[in-house]
Design a protein around this ligand. Structure first.
Ligand code: MRU
Length: 344
């Protein structure tokens, strides 16, 4: 994506430094942060400086490569792998990249760095392919709803759910995107909206609970969301609130697509019941962080003081509610057979 006339990736590594766009600072400030210690990359994944399945997959691979640079002895590497794996539990891309770079780090530091860079490029390429396949579903003038941020910021480049929209725009089609705000961290209102604004794509931020109203009024013609982990039977973990959209979409007969690279499909998890759902700090629900008119970041309490809150970060949409997966290898049905073939 182009920001201020320059092409950026969401996360990248040069020499002995990992760089990433600080997603916690967006949309108010565009800034790049840099780390040379793998533990600092772990903190950045935990506190969501970088976030989104593809981006944290690349960051985890780079963290492992940094660890190999820092001390390429077996004990250190094993500890680093455990630390990186403990940052966030749900997105499969994190474990996919981590395992591959760890295996190479046992051979040499150079191999580990090469593998981390290769996986980052793979993620960007897969995002672009998803865009090409997904754009075939988009008609000129279409209204598409999306949840969370599964765009360029959630991956190394291009994204998953938004990539078809970017490709369609480049093909000259006009598209309008309904952007679910995506409480509690507002990835839709803060990040998806910012990305679409940068790309000059028509969009409107809507409260999370407006989806059914829009669908009932025939104002949504397709829903595209991303995925954090897709089980072998097609059950899909994605940002909390996705399941509700899928149920409503089925009721109103609206196509509901999940866009994801093949690196998000976890063939060793048989179904959604086995996917670990991250539970995050309840303060993400009880408080809200934004910017005051003077440009200062403020965190405010927005709920009854003393009342408890529950903050599950993801939910599971059963495969039966999914119209299809838009992958880097084509659009496939949400069935075990199709997923098995995809991963062959
Ligand atoms: O908790 P996050 O912001 O890391 O959430 C993950 C996601 O970005 C979404 O669930 C997304 O739709 C998956 S694909 C990037």
């Amino acid at each position: 994506m182009i920001v201020n006339g320059k092409h950026y990736r969401t996360v990248w590594m040069e020499d002995k430094t990992v760089f990433m766009i600080d997603q916690n600072a967006l949309p108010f400030k565009f800034q790049i942060v840099a780390f040379t210690n793998y533990l600092d990359v772990c903190t950045a994944i935990r506190n969501m400086t970088t976030r989104g399945a593809g981006a944290i997959g690349a960051a985890a691979g780079f963290a492992m490569a940094l660890a190999a640079r820092q001390a390429p002895n077996e004990e250190f590497l094993v500890r680093a792998k455990q630390e990186i794996a403990s940052t966030r539990p749900t997105a499969y891309n994190l474990f996919y990249s981590l395992e591959k770079v760890y295996q190479k780090s046992k051979i040499s530091t150079e191999e580990a760095i090469y593998e981390a860079q290769r996986l980052s490029q793979e993620n960007a390429d897969q995002g672009e392919k998803i865009g090409e396949f997904g754009a075939t579903l988009i008609r000129d003038g279409m209204h598409i709803e999306t949840h969370c941020n599964a765009g360029w910021l959630g991956f190394v480049d291009w994204g998953s759910a938004l990539s078809p929209v970017y490709k369609a725009k480049r093909q000259g089609k006009s598209v309008h995107v309904w952007v679910d705000e995506t409480r509690p961290r507002n990835q839709g209102a803060r990040l998806t909206a910012w990305e679409l604004y940068q790309e000059q794509i028509s969009h409107t931020i809507v409260p999370d609970n407006a989806g059914a109203f829009l669908m009932a009024q025939n104002k949504v013609e397709m829903i595209i969301v991303g995925a954090d982990r897709i089980a072998a039977n097609g059950d899909t973990a994605n940002k909390i609130g996705t399941l509700e959209k899928a149920i409503v979409a089925r009721y109103y007969n609206i196509p509901f697509y999940v866009a994801a690279p093949s690196s998000t499909f976890d063939k060793n998890t048989p179904n959604g019941k086995h996917i670990i759902i991250e539970e995050r700090n309840s303060e993400e629900v009880t408080h809200i962080t934004g910017q005051d008119p003077k440009g200062n970041n403020q965190t405010l309490l927005i709920s009854s003081p003393g009342s408890p809150a529950f903050n599950p970060s993801f939910d599971i949409t059963p495969a039966t509610l999914i119209s299809g997966f838009i992958t880097d290898r084509g659009i496939i049905p949400a069935t075990s057979e199709a997923i098995k073939k995809l991963l062959e």
